[in-house]
Design a protein. Structure first.
Length: 372
């Protein structure tokens, strides 16, 4: 835009120098800055930082509702209500929420809504947002570390005490099965009990693994080899199913420095989720590309399926421990995924919502986590 166009020109005409100073400041500041109409929220201006941080050019925002274009659905009502309150009352309103980027990913923003006064009342609404995603992540990591320590102590004790009890009951069930092998109904019931015990044992082991500190063995590895091994190890889950596995992107042969064993766990968990969520014929896609991560070279890997997708609640809780949509499962798979990726100095998030399917976006550094 050659000039900053405000919904009501009176403020600009009253002091053109103020508009020039505002534009220079807004263009330089590392904050989301927009000027919108106090009525319908139509955007008159966004600054370059907003374009860079969201990946959305001003031409796709100006003239449209700020909330409709940049605020995710679950936050939109609260944002619009705050905008109306600020515009009508003429007072500043602050709130926390999200901004949606072009790729569908979300960033946590601390919003400040400031009415711009004109001769006849509020002539425009100044929207300023500070990205606090990393602050929130740091707080969450601290809380998570405290929770992990508590869970680790409890699960270690449970696993130790229960292992012997489970082994004894398993031996008794095997002896009982021999005595009733001529009674199929009894054998079936014993099999169900044994399966329940196996599930309980798996839960203890998953909790123990989830709470344990993650020690990485970083070595150069080809990421495509890692996810291919993970896919091959799920051959039992794919047996008898009509499932297609596809790879996309231009960096399938590039190497990174990572713990291949841990990343194999990551891909196995994500693939298993995709298989469980999809009905045949199903397709799981891995799409890899170069990326930047906090100023460093990185790799971006998207795991996508064509299942029913995720609800807003499932998206919000996708990485929460013990949250699952499976009929069988501990709900720790994606929580472990998050811990492993963050231990590598990377990021993981739920990608853009599609009419069908879900996608998880992994971004990891190509070098060691402390490399510049």
């Amino acid at each position: 835009m050659a000039d900053t166009e405000f919904p009501d020109r009176s403020w600009v005409e009253a002091d053109g120098r103020a508009a020039v100073a505002f534009r220079e400041l807004a263009d330089a500041v590392e904050r989301v800055v927009a000027v919108a109409s106090p009525g319908d929220g139509a955007v008159a201006y966004i600054n370059p930082f907003t374009e860079r941080s969201t990946g959305i050019p001003a031409s796709e925002v100006v003239g449209r509702s700020f909330a409709d274009r940049l605020i995710p659905g679950e936050d939109r009502e609260a944002f619009e209500a705050a905008s109306r309150r600020s515009s009508r009352s003429g007072v500043a309103v602050d709130l926390d929420g999200m901004i949606r980027r072009r790729d569908g990913s979300l960033r946590m923003i601390r919003w400040g809504l400031r009415p711009i006064a004109g001769p006849d009342g509020v002539s425009a609404l100044l929207i300023v947002g500070r990205d606090v995603t990393d602050v929130g992540r740091a707080e969450q990591r601290l809380l998570q570390a405290e929770r992990m320590a508590a869970i680790g102590q409890v699960s270690a004790g449970l696993a130790h005490e229960s292992r012997n009890a489970l082994q004894r009951s398993q031996a008794c069930l095997e002896m009982l099965a021999l005595k009733v092998e001529d009674r199929p109904d009894a054998v079936d019931l014993i099999g169900r009990i044994q399966q329940a015990q196996d599930d309980l044992h798996r839960l203890y082991e998953d909790v123990r693994e989830f709470a344990a500190p993650i020690h990485l063995e970083l070595r150069p590895c080809r990421l495509s080899d890692v996810w291919r091994r993970a896919w091959e190890k799920l051959d039992r889950a794919r047996m008898g199913r009509d499932v297609r596995f596809e790879e996309a992107g231009e960096v399938l042969s590039l190497e990174c420095t990572a713990d291949a064993f841990r990343l194999e766990q990551v891909f196995a968990n994500l693939f298993d989720n995709s298989l469980a969520a999809s009905t045949d014929p199903a397709k799981v896609t891995v799409d890899a590309s170069l990326a930047r991560l906090d100023g460093r070279d990185g790799l971006r890997v998207v795991v996508r399926d064509d299942g029913p997708g995720l609800t807003s609640e499932q998206r919000a809780r996708f990485f929460d421990a013990f949250f699952t949509t499976k009929t069988r499962g501990t709900g720790l798979g994606t929580a472990i995924v998050k811990r492993i990726i963050e231990a590598h100095g990377g990021r993981v998030e739920v990608g853009a919502a599609h009419p069908r399917g879900a996608e998880v976006v992994l971004t990891i550094p190509r070098g060691r986590g402390d490399d510049a």
